[in-house]
Design a protein around this ligand. Sequence first.
Ligand code: FE2
Length: 412
Amino acid sequence: MLFTNLRIEDAETPCDIRVEDGVFTAIEETLTPREGEEVVDWEGRLALPPIIESHVHLDSALTAGDPRWNESGTLFEGIEVWSERKRTLTVEDVKERVHRAVRQQARFGIQYVRTHVDVTDPDLTALTAMLELREELKDAITLQIVAFPQEGIQSFPDGEALMRRAAGMGVDVIGAIPHFEFTREYSVDSLNFACALAQEFDLLVDVHCDEIDDEASRGLETLATRALEMGLRDRVTASHTTATHSYNNAYFTKLLRLLTMSGINFVSNPLVNTHLQGRADTFPKRRGVTRVEELTAAGINVSFGQDDIVDPWNPLGTGNLRDVVFNGLHVTQMMGKEQIDRSYRFITHNAARTLHLDPESYGFGVGRPARFIVLDAPTWYEALSFNAPVLASYRDGRQLVRTQPSTPEILF
Ligand code: FE2
C-alpha cells in the first residue's frame, strides 16, 4: 500500500510512504506505484507517529458525578469521592468504561497508554480488569499498567502486601504517592520500598511525586537519588511534581544537578494541575505546574499527560492530548514559535522515552512497524492552533480510525 504526499513531522516537503505486511518498507520523496498497488493521496497533510498518553487513570474514567461530584475541585476531595466509588467496582464495570474511554482516545490518534490503576483495594478489582483489557485491546492499543497506591503504601492497611501482589500479577510499572503518606518518614520509606520492588521484579517506576503546593514536599530528591544510586535511571519517572513550582530557586537550582545526573523522566499534567493546584491559595493563586521549560532546557525528558477523563479529578477531561499541549504551552509560557513547533514531541517522542518503548519500534523508519496518524492540517502549528481532527490512525498497516473532515459553512 502506498501513501503519497504526507508531510512527516516537521519536514519541509511531503514524501511518499510504502507499507507492506504492516511494516514501513520505503519512505522517499517520490515512490512509483506498483501495478495493482492501492494508493492513498494525503495531499500534503501532516503525519505523526501515534500519540502516546503517558499518564492517565483509566480505572476511574467516566465516573464523574458518581456517587457525587467533587465540588471543592481539590485533589484530596477527588481521592475521597473515588474512595467511595471504588467500593462499588466490578470487573464488568471497569471494562465497560475502559472500552469507551480507549475508543475516545483512539479518535485522537492515541495508540499507547500508560494507565495508573489504584491498588489500594483489598480485592484488586480494577487491576484484575485492566490486566485482562491489556490483552483484549493489544491489537488496537498498547496498555502499560502502573500499580498505583492511591491511598498510600505505608499509610494504607497492608499497603506493601498489596503492591507486592500487584507486582506478582504482572503489572509493568511500580508507583507510589509520597506526598499523601502520613509522615515524611513514611514518604521516604514508600519510595525506598517502591524502587526495591521494581528492581526485584525488573519493572519500571512511575511515582505520583509531590502533587501538592507544599514547598516542603521533597519526595523528588529521594526518588532521583534512588534512581541514580540503584542504577534504575531512565526506568524511573516522576509524575506531576507540582511542588517544584513552589520550591525556592536556590533549592531548585541545587536539585537540578541531581535530576540531570539521575536520568529520570518527568510527566507533567498541566491541564488537570492548573485546575487542582492553588486551591488553598487566596490571591495570588499558584499555577501548580512543574517547571517544564527549565527541565527541558537542562536536557531532561518531559512528556505531557491527560491524567483524568471525566472523573472526580477532572469532569471535563476529553482524552484529547492536543488540549493538554495547548493548555500546557500557555500555562508554562512556552509560546515561542520553535517551542510550539516542537511541542508535539511532548505527546510522541518524549512520551515514548517515558514509556521506555524500544526506539526501533516507534516513529517513521524503514523496517519499523507502520504505526502513524494523519491530521487534517499541513503542519503541527496549524493542527494545534485550529484543533485539526485526526483523519486516520494506522497500526501495523491496519486502519483503526477514519474521520471525515467537516467543512462548516460561514453564512456571512
Ligand atoms: Fe495522576
